[in-house]
Ligand binder design. Structure first.
Ligand SMILES: [Fe+2]
Ligand SMILES: [Fe+2]
Length: 332
């Protein structure tokens, strides 16, 4: 056996061992949405005029926009309920896409594959997340659509990538998981008061999502260096584009939102992404992903340019889940 094959074998062993540990963690600690959340508890009741639905100034850009701040309280509450229900709805649509694509990927795996076991645990957890997000939407009582029309129409086709283009598929999954996780961790860390339904759902989600994000990072770190040079180059360019397009699907509310509440087009432009602070927030979502791209050889001069054109360039995180607290570099 050559030194090279010994090295490759050792990397394969490390990868398989990491997946085994993730699978064991999924067995030891997981949640059941209809056991761990007491939906009918009076504390979780959704009542009229509850100010805890008002969007936060610190974590939601709309929450600190002067237009929103000037609204009467009942309108602020209605917008807050709609927005939070819609984020849950689009989140569950992403999870449905993940489950569908993962099933396509699983059918290609050989017997004994540790990816099979971990990804099946992950799909089970995602099914539970869709249950809890949908329950939350139903209880809030706003008939929200989730993602924009093009996205919901494209879901069945995007899921095919799980089978034929797994590296790009898991890039897309990360593009959905990272902004939601970043947003939810920001809310939980800020200590702001949110409705207990939101808090319960977010705590479960953040806990389980850590494993999913960890898997997606490990999967890409394992697979990308084994791709051919041209394929890796194409992925390096597609990577930031996928991140940006899918991030917009998650964080920009669909057309119905702006129409229902008669929100001026100018407010939408400020938030997505005209104001410097909103652009900073957008870049902040992707610190961990930039770190990953650096580590697995997906940063090259052309890719850096695409990251910049997509508005998601910047410093990579120094470690996973590093809070986005570093000051902005001074303008040149
Ligand atoms: Fe999830
Ligand atoms: Fe997930």
């Amino acid at each position: 056996m050559t030194t090279w094959t010994v090295g490759v074998r050792a990397q394969q062993d490390d990868y398989e061992q990491a997946l085994r540990l993730l699978s064991e963690a999924a067995v030891r600690k997981h949640f059941e949405p209809y056991v761990d959340i007491v939906w009918d508890s009076p504390d979780l009741a959704v009542t009229e005029g509850d100010p805890r639905w008002i969007l936060s100034e610190s974590t939601d850009p709309l929450g600190r926009h002067p237009w929103y701040l000037a609204l009467p309280e009942d309108k602020k509450i209605a917008i807050g309920m709609w927005r939070q229900a819609n984020v849950a709805k689009v989140g569950l649509q992403f999870e449905e896409l993940l489950i569908a694509g993962v099933m396509n990927h699983l059918q290609t795996l050989p017997n004994g594959s540790p990816e099979f076991r971990f990804l099946t645990h992950e799909a089970l957890e995602e099914c539970n997340h869709t249950l809890m997000f949908q329950e939350m939407v139903n209880r809030i009582g706003m008939d929200v659509p989730g993602g924009s029309r093009w996205f919901t129409a494209a879901v069945p086709f995007l899921a095919v990538a799980g089978r034929f283009l797994p590296a790009i598929f898991f890039t897309g999954i990360l593009a959905g998981e990272e902004p939601i996780d970043h947003l939810q961790k920001g809310i939980l860390r800020s200590g702001q008061q949110v409705h207990p339904i939101m808090e319960g759902v977010m705590r479960i989600h953040v806990a389980e999502e850590a494993r999913h994000i960890s898997f997606a990072h490990k999967f890409l770190a394992h697979r990308v260096p084994r791709m051919s040079r041209p394929a890796r180059f194409v992925l390096s360019l597609a990577f930031p584009v996928t991140m940006r397009v899918l991030c917009d699907v998650i964080v920009i509310p669909p057309k119905q939102f702006w129409e229902t509440f008669d929100i001026p087009a100018d407010v939408k432009r400020d938030l997505f992404w005209r104001k410097p602070e909103s652009r900073r927030m957008l870049r902040g979502y992707f610190g961990d992903v930039r770190m990953l791209a650096e580590q697995i050889g997906l940063m090259n001069p052309a890719a850096r340019l695409v990251w910049r054109l997509c508005g998601i360039d910047g410093e990579p995180s120094r470690y996973r889940s590093e809070p986005d607290r570093r000051p902005e570099p001074a303008a040149a």
